[in-house]
Design a protein around this ligand. Structure first.
Ligand code: PEP
Ligand code: MN
Length: 298
């Protein structure tokens, strides 16, 4: 296969493509995976949107999010019952809702028929999470937790693999190969921002690596999702980075949406509210249409 940079240096070599991740690599220039999850097509002209709160905080919150994001055209509801929280100290408000949260997610799904994407942190909860999730989310912190990835892959459930914020494209694709080698073909990659020396401010904790979208697509046939909420960590920058992700060729968008963003239990600086989400969806659809794709029903 020909890749634009003939000398990719220390990162991905032609040899890697053949021997390290043959299943994840494109077989030819046009090769792109297309598959359906809960009736929604990935890798085609549709750009599926995952929207919802950072954490499944309560039954009321998740049901209201499910109803609202669905009404605005979101394809999946996101929300973590199990959360990789950066610091161990937390008040009751910040406590993960775990199995109870999973029940609320299930209720939200039963009431609204929106499919669910939720994070798995420990293999011991795999069966329970599989009862609710339509897509298993492997969070950035577990990108190279190979026993967890392998166990998830073997269920044959679709998996979204978030890139660790310190990971090269090579390591990320290597982790995706761990899923595919188990015969699981429904793999989605998600860029969620990288950590670089000049991002050490609260308003730029991470940097959205927009360039990794075309870079990954040059090498892999797997669909690429962008998560501008985690990447910017800053609500005012989410809309422009979302539109830029679509323009860059993203095959999906993950957005944090909360009815009362400032009071979000986790990461209150980054979610947008229902109104902003509705308006952003329209703009996203416009940008998508300008490149022959779409988000909302035609
Ligand atoms: C999330 O999407 O809820 C999350 C924790 O993301 P990340 O793993 O990218 O930090
Ligand atoms: Mn987070």
């Amino acid at each position: 296969m020909k890749i634009a940079n003939k000398f990719p240096g220390k990162d991905i070599s032609i040899e890697d493509i053949k021997t390290k991740f043959p299943l994840v690599a494109k077989k030819n220039k046009k090769h792109k995976s297309k598959f359906k999850i809960s009736g929604i097509e990935f890798g085609g002209n549709l750009i599926p949107v995952f929207a919802g709160p950072n954490m499944v905080e309560s039954e009321k919150l998740i049901i209201s999010c499910a109803k609202n994001v669905k009404k605005s055209g979101a394809h999946f509801l996101r929300g973590g019952a199990f959360k990789p929280l950066t610091f161990p100290y937390r008040s009751k408000k910040y406590t993960e809702t775990r199995l109870e949260g999973l029940k609320w997610l299930k209720k939200a799904k039963n009431e609204t028929h929106i499919p669910i994407i939720t994070e798995i942190m420990e293999e011991k909860y795999l069966d329970k999470i599989c009862e609710v999730a339509d897509i298993l989310q492997i969070g950035s912190r577990n990108m190279q937790n190979f026993p967890l990835i392998t166990a998830c892959a073997r269920t044959q459930k679709p998996i979204m693999l978030k890139r660790h914020y310190g990971s090269s494209l090579r390591d990320w694709l290597g982790a995706a190969e761990y899923i595919m080698v188990e015969g699981n073909k429904k793999v989605i990659l998600c860029e969620r921002g990288v950590s670089v020396p000049h991002t050490h401010r609260s308003t730029s904790r991470f940097l959205l690596d927009l360039q990794v979208i075309p870079a990954a697509q040059e090498i892999t046939h797997l669909p690429m999702v962008s998560d501008p909420s985690h990447a910017t960590f800053w609500r005012p920058w989410v809309p422009s980075m979302t539109l830029a992700s679509i323009a860059a060729g993203s095959d999906g968008i993950m957005l944090e949406v909360h009815p009362d963003p400032k009071n979000s239990a986790v990461d209150p600086l980054q979610p947008i509210d229902f109104k902003e989400f509705k308006s952003l969806m329209k703009k996203m659809n416009k940008v998508s249409k300008s490149i022959g794709r779409h988000i909302l029903k035609k």
